[in-house]
Ligand binder design. Structure first.
Ligand SMILES: NC(=O)c1ccc[n+]([C@@H]2O[C@H](COP(=O)([O-])OP(=O)(O)OC[C@H]3O[C@@H](n4cnc5c(N)ncnc54)[C@H](O)[C@@H]3O)[C@@H](O)[C@H]2O)c1
Length: 257
């Protein structure tokens, strides 16, 4: 029987690519999205996939989904949203919406799946999608960075509590990805070129880069990896000192001419 994987927010962007790679790896994939049309579109493009229409924040809806689809061997908590504005102008409703989807959603879905796996005496794997914003806060992005930092810590909390039951939980922190919610930002050619050239790997990331990391963490090759936040960003999060100048003489750089 095929192993089961649920990918949340798989109607679009990074989640859709994770669902595609999971199907290619032989999983029967539950394409979960609050946007029913998007979930259907992704599911129909894959060999063995079903659309699961629910919000990750709705416990009752998630229980109903699990009753129908079955308990997955792997869960990818990928659904996430962002609302840009300076903190001083940030609406409380936006703050709460972002906390609900980005932090409460992985808890609701993770807990529901863990409870079932434990009751059924089965092992499993979960991957939560965090972000480099969980390490280095992005300006004017409200609750996004705080929720992503919390997802990294939630991952560790899940790992220590569920590890003894055979459930591994890790997170993947994407950098600047040329897909999904970053598309409107990268549509500006100047922003795109700058973001690419300031990345040590000299390119933007892709949904494929993220999906490969997720698939590896779910695989048996990662059986001793638990509670880890895997940063997949071409090195960009480590560039904090790159913009800080030093006199060329101290750096040992010969002057021109
Ligand atoms: N794109 C990037 O550059 C980037 C970088 C770092 C981290 N991430 C993270 O990757 C994940 C995927 O982002 P993306 O760029 O593919 O976004 P996206 O906006 O393209 O896709 C997100 C999907 O999640 C769905 N969704 C939103 N709220 C939901 C809910 N409550 N329940 C179920 N589905 C819901 C949306 O309908 C959408 O299909 C997010 O967690 C995001 O924070 C993205």
């Amino acid at each position: 029987m095929a192993r089961l994987m649920i990918v949340t927010g798989a109607g679009h962007g990074i989640g859709a690519e994770i669902a595609r790679q999971a199907a290619a790896a032989g999983y029967r994939v539950g394409v979960l999205d609050v946007n029913g049309g998007a979930a259907e579109e992704t599911a129909q493009s894959l060999p063995d996939a079903v659309a699961l229409v629910a919000s990750t924040t709705d416990s009752d809806a998630i229980e109903a989904v699990l009753d129908d689809f079955g308990t997955p061997d792997a869960l990818v908590n990928n659904a996430g949203i962002v609302r840009f504005t300076p903190l001083v102008d940030h609406l409380e409703s936006d703050w709460r919406a972002v906390v609900d989807v980005n932090l409460n959603g992985p808890f609701v879905c993770g807990r529901a799946v863990a409870r079932r796996l434990i009751a059924e005496g089965r092992s499993g794997s979960m991957v939560n999608i965090s972000s480099i914003n969980g390490i280095a806060p992005g300006p004017n992005s409200g609750a996004y960075s705080p929720t992503k930092a919390a997802v990294i810590q939630l991952t560790r909390q899940m790992a220590i509590e569920w590890g003894p039951a055979g459930i591994r939980v890790n997170s993947v922190a994407p950098g600047i990805i040329d897909d999904g919610m970053s598309a409107p930002i990268l549509a500006d050619p100047e922003v795109r070129a700058t973001r690419s050239s300031r990345t040590p790997s000299q390119r933007l990331g892709t949904a494929d880069d993220i999906a490969k990391a997720v698939m590896w963490l779910c695989s048996a090759d990662a059986e001793y990896v638990n509670g880890h936040n895997m940063v997949v960003d071409g090195g960009v999060v480590h560039t904090v000192l790159s913009g800080m100048p030093r006199p060329a003489s101290i750096d040992g750089i010969a002057e021109e001419g």
